[in-house]
Design a protein around this ligand. Structure first.
Ligand SMILES: Cc1cc2nc3c(=O)[nH]c(=O)nc-3n(C[C@H](O)[C@H](O)[C@H](O)COP(=O)(O)OP(=O)(O)OC[C@H]3O[C@@H](n4cnc5c(N)ncnc54)[C@H](O)[C@@H]3O)c2cc1C
Length: 320
């Protein structure tokens, strides 16, 4: 059980973001940055075009001075971005001071093919893999393990450990994976991944901090001791995110619908709202003992940079 601070009563910096589906109190208090104990990581996806690559690299360069613990690069469904992920990861390794983490999935490939990708990372000096099962391709209704492939993420973690002593992060689901038979079965699966060698779990995005904190309590009660890092998604396109959230089994609280209501045609206001929501989410989590945060950047720096700034994660003066 982690130490709990009531979001509203004990820490005056925190607004109540989660009670009763109501919009947050307008009496939100702006506070001094959080203490200097916050560690962040950023997730990017590999770019599809030269223009997208420029956007990505602008974001990477902007966020680099914040000194993230690592930055990760996703792997497209069915290995469709194998080359692009590899190129982005190795470029980060070669051209930045940030430790890269390469996402790798089981979908649509034999063990030998997946092992070859992992080996190429090891040979390139990349030592951190985010090991995932992956989602079925868009034309498939359900996940079917590839014949001769790794069936589930736990199998992939075992395979990776046979290749090299990678640092391995895996996925966790505060609201349970949509295919999980039960919340307990999902935690058992997380344990399996840890027993196979994973040393960090990064969560699916969620919006209500209580959802994460309850999950953390359950994980700790089940004997899971590794760091479980909340995945934070600053929401810019609310309509699209709400659809995506449904597919992922992530609940979008009523107060969020209320906050974004009427802003469909107003991207600038949406951005401001998104930054304040995510910053408050992080503040509540921090007040409850969480000090590592993984940001789904969507290859854009501005929101994540601003949220980090609010949290006291700042670039050294030389970069400003
Ligand atoms: C931080 C993060 C990063 C991600 N990055 C990517 C990415 O780069 N590329 C991508 O394609 N997707 C990515 N995803 C999405 C992820 O691939 C999907 O959520 C996928 O459906 C499950 O992956 P997993 O690694 O959690 O799978 P697993 O841990 O293997 O679990 C998947 C499901 O199978 C069940 N299960 C596990 N073992 C068994 C078994 N032996 N028998 C029956 N059922 C079992 C589990 O309970 C669970 O319901 C990411 C998700 C997160 C949270």
């Amino acid at each position: 059980m982690i130490h709990r601070v009531s979001p509203t009563e004990k820490d005056p910096r925190i607004m109540n973001v989660s009670r009763g589906g109501r919009p947050p109190s307008p009496a939100m208090m702006i506070a001094a940055p959080l203490p200097d104990d916050v560690s962040v990581s950023f997730e990017f996806f590999p770019p599809k075009s030269d223009a997208a690559a420029e956007t990505l690299w602008n974001a990477i360069k902007r966020l680099e001075p914040l000194n993230p613990a690592y930055v990760s690069v996703t792997y497209g469904a069915g290995g469709t971005t194998r080359e692009r992920t590899h190129n982005t990861v190795t470029r980060i390794a070669n051209e930045t001071a940030m430790p890269p983490a390469a996402h790798l999935t089981c979908v649509g490939a034999t063990r030998e093919e997946v092992d070859a990708v992992a080996q190429s990372y090891w040979d390139a000096g990349v030592r951190h893999i985010v090991a995932l099962r992956g989602d079925p391709p868009a034309d498939a209704s359900q996940y079917v393990p590839h014949p001769g492939g790794y069936d589930y993420a736990s199998d992939l973690v075992t395979g990776l450990k046979n290749i090299g002593n990678f640092e391995i992060s895996v996925a966790a689901y505060p609201e349970s994976h949509p295919e999980a038979q039960s919340a307990e079965a999902d935690l058992d699966n997380l344990k399996k991944k840890i027993d196979a060698g994973a040393t960090r779990a990064i969560t699916q995005f969620f919006f209500d901090p209580e959802v994460f904190l309850r999950f953390l309590d359950r994980a700790r009660a089940a004997g899971i001791t590794i760091p479980i890092v909340p995945g934070i998604l600053p929401v810019t396109n609310f309509t699209q995110t709400a659809k995506f959230a449904k597919m992922c089994g992530t609940n979008v609280p009523d107060w969020m619908h209320a906050l974004f209501e009427g802003l469909d045609e107003d991207p600038e206001s949406r951005k401001l709202v998104a930054a304040s929501v995510a910053a408050e989410q992080c503040r509540v989590l921090h007040a409850n003992g969480i000090n590592a945060f993984h940001f789904y950047t969507m290859n854009k720096a501005d929101l994540c940079y601003a949220i980090c700034h609010v949290m006291g994660v700042r670039a050294p003066a030389a970069f400003q």
